[in-house]
Design a protein. Sequence first.
Length: 183
Amino acid sequence: MISTSLLAAGTLAFGLVLAAGPAAIGLLRRLKAGQAIRADGPQGHLKKAGTPTMGGVLLLLGWLTAALAFGRGERFVLLLTVAVLGFALIGLADDFIIVVHKRSLGLRAREKLLAQAILGVLVAAAVAATPDLGTSVRLPGVPVTLQLPLWGYILFGTLIMVGTSNAVNLADGLDGLAAGTVA
């Protein structure tokens, strides 16, 4: 069951991103914050060169506004915000290299994975150390809760965060539209 405050937070974030999107895209175009396309990729993607990138900043602002408005100091929201901001900073560094240095690949895979893994371990350990959160994992749609050992929870949490981040990043790299994947 989705709580009213969670639904309101999602609606606020969605509405802000939707309302600010056109202006943000215009600003990114004026700043020439365009996507560099790899020559060895699909030929159909070459026409997407110059498509505004760094739209994740807009999603991040929607997230932060909703978290501040409805988080009410909840420890879980704080930990989730740290994770979102941390992964956003890694993405920002990646996009910055692409836009400013005109290097289509951004961060090297090993640099990105190392940063994501360190962040994932830190966030998962913080969640595990939080008394009201702990190391139990509920399976969606199944009335089963697994109690993982600390090391198992940290490994599981790190894999989920790094895997999700890279799934979105790969989908975004294909068409430059991560919003559907994030949703």
